[in-house]
Design a protein around this ligand. Structure first.
Ligand SMILES: [Zn+2]
Length: 466
């Protein structure tokens, strides 16, 4: 095959947030192919080479949505119409899950991922458990649903980590006994951890866990409710064999803690620790209702905590101890989870707002810390440590937030990051570059022509049949 030189592209960012250097003006950014090769602040626009694209506003690295269930997007609005609990919400979610097949899931996920890229998200961690057909029947390719998600990400132009989720039990009984899967849940199950691992191995990951240029494999333990401790070993082993991220829902609801204590005599965090699931490659999602001992276990093992503040508010989960987790040693990342809204700037902001509401004090997190959770830490916990910062050698992902919008007009260069984190929204994202390629230009998605129409066309049939 002939060797083709990587295409050189150049941008001039009016303002850019650079790791360890804060917000800098007049930044010349160059990429060869999918990686940055030059990042130089203080270069006037007039001094840039011919063909350099100008980015007006504040340019950030790519945002990482570290926790997504793409199909939950179909529930937006319908689950807000009545009262209810996490558990009644889950019943409605199961109804939608029951209607999807590989074709309709591809269409839905493509539209949802396009909404994400419009919001500046350049990488998604898809916590995927909708593996099989109705009743648990295998598709001809047992990974057909997972492959639909990988294809959806390709069509929407963003990177994906497919967090293939082991989901074996329907919950824990009041006596602490694992209950069999039933109803729609039968679509989630592989029987046991070994059969789960056999199916995941058929995805065809290379030795580094890569599935394609834009996709890598990760694994997940759905929760201590859904995977008995004895079945966690194959999931953890798969993570170690491929250097793959390992994610798990943790202590989202007090009922989960109660059931775990009844079944095993320990908290969910202690159970995961005993199973060997915690560590720098592991991410626990939510981590809302924790004991001091739990926080020590998570921080001491350098486990990542992925908080999903808009979902946790929407489902009345509670406010997780974000500052305490960070202080204990946990890197923090963010996810839009149920997609009640898709806006990583809002997720980042709510991390600090949750602390303010629960402690009565302002300023637990600086804007830079919140931005880091939305970018670098999110990418790292999805297995892409070389993404999420505007630095030589990193993936060439750029997210430019316009500062001339009603929300952000009047922003000063000195506090541009504070303005964007504390007042910006997904609607202010104007340009998105992923791996050196334009995906969003002037607020328009270049690969999915009409994102609202694509969402509507994918969601409407699901709600009429669910
Ligand atoms: Zn989740």
């Amino acid at each position: 095959m002939p060797v083709t030189a990587d295409r050189i592209r150049r941008w001039h960012a009016e303002l850019a947030w650079l790791p360890g250097r804060g917000v800098r003006s007049d930044v010349l950014i160059e990429a060869a192919g999918e990686r940055f090769t030059v990042v130089t602040p203080g270069v006037r626009c007039d001094d840039c080479p011919l063909g350099t694209a100008h980015l007006a506003g504040l340019t950030l690295p790519g945002l990482a949505n570290a926790h997504s269930h793409a199909f939950h997007r179909a529930l937006r609005g319908t689950v807000q119409a009545r009262r209810g609990t996490f558990w009644t919400w889950r019943e409605r979610m199961y109804q939608v899950a029951g209607t999807l097949d590989p074709d309709s899931y591809l269409a839905l996920a493509r539209a949802v991922y396009a909404e994400m890229t419009l919001a500046g998200i350049t990488c998604v961690g898809e916590f995927h458990y909708l593996h099989h057909a109705a009743g648990g029947a295998r598709y001809a390719d047992p990974n057909q649903m997972g492959r639909a998600l990988i294809e959806a990400a390709a069509q929407a132009g963003l990177r994906i980590t497919l967090l293939d989720t082991c989901y074996l039990a329907g919950g824990l009984s009041a006596e602490g006994v694992p209950e069999p899967l039933s109803g729609v849940q039968l679509r989630f199950g592989d029987g046991d951890g070994t059969r789960w691992a056999d199916r995941v191995s058929e995805l065809g990951a290379d030795e580094h866990g890569l599935l394609a240029g834009h996709a890598r494999a990760g694994v997940a333990i759905h929760s201590v409710r859904a995977v008995p401790p004895g079945q966690m070993r194959p999931v953890i082993a798969w993570s170690h064999a491929f250097g793959a991220p390992l994610h798990a829902h943790l202590s989202e609801q007090p009922a989960e803690n109660d059931a775990c204590l009844a079944a095993y005599g320990v908290t969910p965090a202690r159970l995961l620790d005993r199973a060997g699931a915690l560590g720098p490659r592991a991410t626990v999602v939510h981590a809302t209702h924790l004991t001091g001992d739990d926080i020590g276990l998570l921080g001491g093992s350098r486990t990542v905590a992925c908080l999903c503040p808009t979902t946790e508010a929407d489902l009345a989960d509670g406010v997780g101890p974000a500052r305490a987790l960070a202080a204990a040693g946990c890197p923090l990342s963010l996810g839009s989870d149920s997609h009640a809204i898709i806006d990583l700037l809002t997720e980042a902001r709510l991390l600090e707002m949750g602390e303010r509401l629960t402690t009565g004090q302002r300023g637990s997190f600086r804007a830079e810390e919140l931005a880091q959770a939305a970018t670098m830490s999110g990418h790292a916990c999805l297995g892409w440590p070389d993404a999420g910062e505007i630095a030589v050698g990193a993936y060439a992902d750029l997210v430019t937030v316009a500062l001339d919008t009603p929300r952000l007009a009047g922003t000063t260069a000195a506090t541009a990051l504070e303005s964007v984190i504390f007042a910006g929204s997904a609607a202010d994202v104007r340009n998105v570059v992923i791996s050196g390629e334009d995906v969003v230009a002037d607020g328009k998605h270049l690969l999915v022509a009409d994102v609202p129409a694509a969402l509507s066309a994918a969601i409407t049939p699901l709600l009429t049949t669910a």
